[in-house]
Design a protein around this ligand. Structure first.
Ligand SMILES: Cc1cc2nc3c(=O)[nH]c(=O)nc-3n(C[C@H](O)[C@H](O)[C@H](O)COP(=O)(O)O)c2cc1C
Length: 375
């Protein structure tokens, strides 16, 4: 089989990365490379995390759980307990929790620490009404005294480092980034992750990296920037231009699950490795293997494979029809038949990156995912 580049990378990226910051510390723990997988509910479960970690041969910097409800955690809810589980190979590992009550957030954080996670993260970004309605997620950006009380309570409950993930504000009229930053730093958090959108934006428009850069310039703790990063060049650009300590990659990791491997290669002075047809087939085979270890229902594993196909194959030559037949597959074996047939017949692996510009994707050809986290 031919091995042609599927995700074009401008040559010169190794040179352009010379001198950029490549690591940072959360408390005593080193995060290298300083590019890591952002939490995504319905996506970044133990299988997805292990998959990207294996593709990068462990060079993922940090892996974070999906957001976990402290209501569930403190009531022994099996779903919440399962969401917290991680494999040793995932370390350093962080569990992200959400809720609106300081006491329960502290209690939930304690449970996280007892499971052996390296860090606990407070979610101040989720836009979903059922989370915001109870004062959690991005609701905290409108109630700064409660945000302060939550960070304080979580800090007091645990000895592992605490991080906080925020949006830049509630809306354009209510940009709270610098106030939240003061509180987060004042209450002793060890790092802050900034998704450069407001709650009102949801996932639309572009992340405001200028504000992220300004927060970094004022910061007394490490700042991780987040939003619209899909390619190695984007990572290098954000690190250079905005001076952030790290970059968290969300949807881009579904479109380009090799991004962590690629940046690690660049940091090691190598041209980033490019996915071939074999790599794509192995991606799905490995994912299926991981999924079958976690879930005994084949249809659930099939759903996850489809979710991956909808994003990871976008922009490959004539992949529209192929994705449709993959998404319509009734069984895993039918899915793999379509997949192999597609990779055998396409003439090249040239990927059209313009098709990936809108990381949200289109509802009609995408598998629905992460609904718990949306507006
Ligand atoms: C399906 C989905 C689920 C998400 N779930 C979470 C979550 O559980 N916790 C969180 O802090 N952010 C969550 N996010 C937000 C991402 O972590 C990230 O901040 C956002 O997608 C912007 O980064 P990106 O442009 O790299 O995707 C979610 C995003 C998506 C698309």
């Amino acid at each position: 089989m031919q091995t042609v580049s599927a995700i074009p990378v401008n040559s010169g990226v190794v040179e352009s990365a010379a001198g950029v910051q490549r690591e940072f510390f959360i408390g005593p723990k080193r995060i290298y490379p300083n590019v890591y997988l952002a939490p995504m509910s319905g996506v970044t479960d133990i299988c997805f995390r292990q998959l990207v970690s294996r593709l990068a041969r462990g060079r993922t910097g940090l892996l974070v759980s999906e957001f976990v409800s402290v209501e569930g955690l403190t009531r022994d809810n099996p779903k919440s307990m399962k969401q917290m589980a991680f494999a040793e190979e995932e370390r350093p590992f962080s569990v992200q929790i959400f809720g609106g009550e300081p006491g329960r957030m502290g209690w939930g954080a304690k449970i996280v620490e007892e499971t052996g996670a390296d860090f606990v993260e407070i979610n101040c970004g989720c836009p979903a009404p059922k989370v915001v309605g109870k004062g959690g997620g991005s609701g905290l950006l409108k109630d700064l005294p409660n945000l302060a009380a939550i960070v304080r309570s979580v800090k007091a409950a645990v000895s592992i480092p605490v991080t906080v993930k925020v949006r830049i504000g509630w809306s354009d009229e209510l940009i709270t980034l610098f106030e939240t930053q003061k509180i987060i730093e004042g209450e002793g958090a060890s790092a802050m992750v900034i998704h450069g959108r407001t709650r009102a934006q949801g996932y639309k428009g572009l992340a405001n990296w200028d504000l992220i850069g300004e927060a970094k310039a004022r910061a007394t703790i490490p700042v991780v920037g987040n939003g619209d990063v899909l390619r190695v060049e984007h990572v290098v650009d954000r690190l250079k231009k905005y001076g952030v300590d790290g970059v968290a990659v969300g949807r881009g990791a579904m479109h380009n699950p090799w991004i962590f491997a690629q940046i690690a290669d660049v940091y090691e002075g190598k041209e980033p490795s490019q996915p071939t047809r074999e790599d794509y087939l192995q991606l799905f085979e490995e994912y299926h293997h991981l999924l079958r270890g976690e879930m005994d229902i084949e249809l659930r594993a099939l759903g996850k494979l489809k979710q991956m196909a909808a994003r990871a194959m976008k922009g490959l030559p004539s992949s529209g029809l192929a994705r449709l037949s993959l998404l319509r597959s009734q069984s895993v074996s039918e899915f793999f038949d379509h997949l192999r047939a597609y990779f055998e017949q396409i003439p090249s692996m040239e990927r059209d990156m313009e098709m990936l510009e809108d990381l949200n994707g289109k509802e009609d050809t995408e598998v629905v995912f992460g609904n718990a986290y949306k507006n």
